[in-house]
Ligand binder design. Structure first.
Ligand SMILES: NC(=O)c1ccc[n+]([C@@H]2O[C@H](COP(=O)([O-])OP(=O)(O)OC[C@H]3O[C@@H](n4cnc5c(N)ncnc54)[C@H](O)[C@@H]3O)[C@@H](O)[C@H]2O)c1
Length: 245
């Protein structure tokens, strides 16, 4: 097993890609702590415990910086270490620039950018102390190429790429890697909200001619979390069925 005895925190793992990652990380031997604001996080954790895995849910928002500090300390005290952080939680509030409100801008920046900063800032000191860590952040194909109707989301996802490249430079000497995964178009509640004709147009633009599944992204997280990826640092791995923009 590739994550035997590893302690992993995955944000936004109540459902979608994060839930897929929690399942795969558990199967690979990790203890998984889910940080999410949805009560469904407890059902996800219970499902995994029913299969004999080690998984717990902590109800928290990644935007709550003091709460995140406390939660990180509780995990460290309970398990002795924190090996892996997957900054996966994210939201959309899509509008074109001309229609986007300041509130919609701020909400997405708060979760998709500041939330990633909050969690990493709280956990990195423990990783430095143990001279080992894997930081994995979820960007997006649109964070690389831009996208119609997503000024706020694209700004945050591009910012995530900037942060992992910075942390790669700052933290490598402590045995910590920082990388991003940039998913393409993945079947989750987030993309279920997209109107059918827009969804079909997006699928037509994918060389694979299908949406990705949460596990497609979860396996990229798994690789970056594994010891096999110890020399992969500051990278952005696209998982997108060949989609180029
Ligand atoms: N689905 C896609 O096509 C796609 C594409 C590119 C990137 N992504 C990114 O992948 C990640 C997972 O997305 P998904 O498709 O599984 O979405 P999802 O909406 O199904 O799941 C997101 C999870 O994040 C949680 N969350 C939201 N705000 C939070 C907060 N403040 N604190 C804690 N948890 C919070 C939600 O409760 C939910 O459980 C996101 O970062 C998203 O931006 C998704």
């Amino acid at each position: 097993m590739r994550l035997e005895n590893k302690i992993a925190i995955i944000t936004g793992a109540a459902r979608g890609i994060g839930k897929g990652a929690a399942e795969i990380f558990c199967k690979e031997g990790a203890t998984v702590i889910i940080w999410d604001l949805l009560d469904a996080g407890e059902e996800t954790a219970q499902e995994l415990r029913n299969q004999g895995f080690s998984c717990e849910f902590m109800k928290i928002s990644t935007t709550d910086a003091p709460g995140i500090e406390t939660a990180a300390r509780e995990v460290k005290e309970k398990y002795g270490r924190i090996d892996i952080l997957v900054n996966n939680a994210g939201i959309t509030r899509d509008k074109t620039l001309l229609k986007m409100s300041h509130l919609e801008w701020q909400q997405v920046i708060d979760v998709n950018l500041t939330g990633v900063f909050n969690c990493t800032k709280a956990i990195a000191p423990y990783m430095v102390e143990q001279q080992y860590g894997r930081i994995i952040c979820t960007s997006s194909i649109v964070g690389v190429h831009g996208n119609f109707g997503q000024t706020n989301y694209v700004a945050a996802k591009a910012g995530v790429i900037g942060m992992v490249r910075t942390w790669a430079k700052e933290l490598a000497k402590h045995g910590i890697t920082s990388n991003a995964v940039a998913p393409g178009f993945i079947r989750t509640d987030m993309t279920d909200a997209i109107p059918e004709e827009v969804r079909q147009a997006s699928i037509n633009a994918i060389p694979a001619k299908r949406m990705g599944e949460p596990k497609d992204i979860a396996y990229a997280y798994l690789y970056l979390a594994s010891d096999e990826a110890s020399y992969v640092n500051g990278q952005v791995i696209g998982v997108n069925g060949g989609q180029a923009s």
